[in-house]
Design a protein around this ligand. Sequence first.
Ligand code: ZN
Length: 218
Amino acid sequence: MGTPRNSSSLAERVEELLAPGGPLPIAEAGDPVLRRAAEPFDGQLPPALLARFVEALRLTMHAAPGVGLAAPQVGVGLRIAVIEDPAPVPEEVRVARGRVPQPFRVLVNPSYEPVGEAPAAFFEGCLSVPGWQAVVARPARVRLRATDEHGLAVDEVFSGWPARIVQHETDHLDGVLYLDRAESRSLSSSRAVAELWAQPTPERAAAALGFELPGPAA
Ligand code: ZN
């Protein structure tokens, strides 16, 4: 697992974070921890503590509720994220957005690259930007390289909504928020999205709010 740097202090901070039990506080936009590149995980947390930390991320993600959570969102600057999406959506939404269920996964040291040219643009939100959503055009398919929580290599192509989740969470580890990639004119309160823009695709929102959607898939 390499030679941990500052491992005792980071492990101690995570121990303190986990001590109260229950969901962890989530950092919100404006907190510098969300803008720093997280450091690669290299054994800074011993295995038992890593397992407890991952479980706390899962608990916090469920409680929010959300479909992904990255370690910096709970103030820990390590390249670790969790994802899970039961995808409780209507059939037409599932088809339009490719929102298929994504089982729980732990992504350690993830990176991704686009597969093909086709972008997909949909409203997206973030637990660190509560109350708001915006349309983000992202590659519809990505190749993810990572390891799992046991150090086993992951090299896998994701598509549809799981591809969006993987990109969003990996971006967090680079200090990138979805707003950095969003169509700023699409910015909508969660209430506006629920009342006006719940269609399977954001075409009506684009026409009404005046933003561009990517052209037909290449
Ligand atoms: Zn987020």
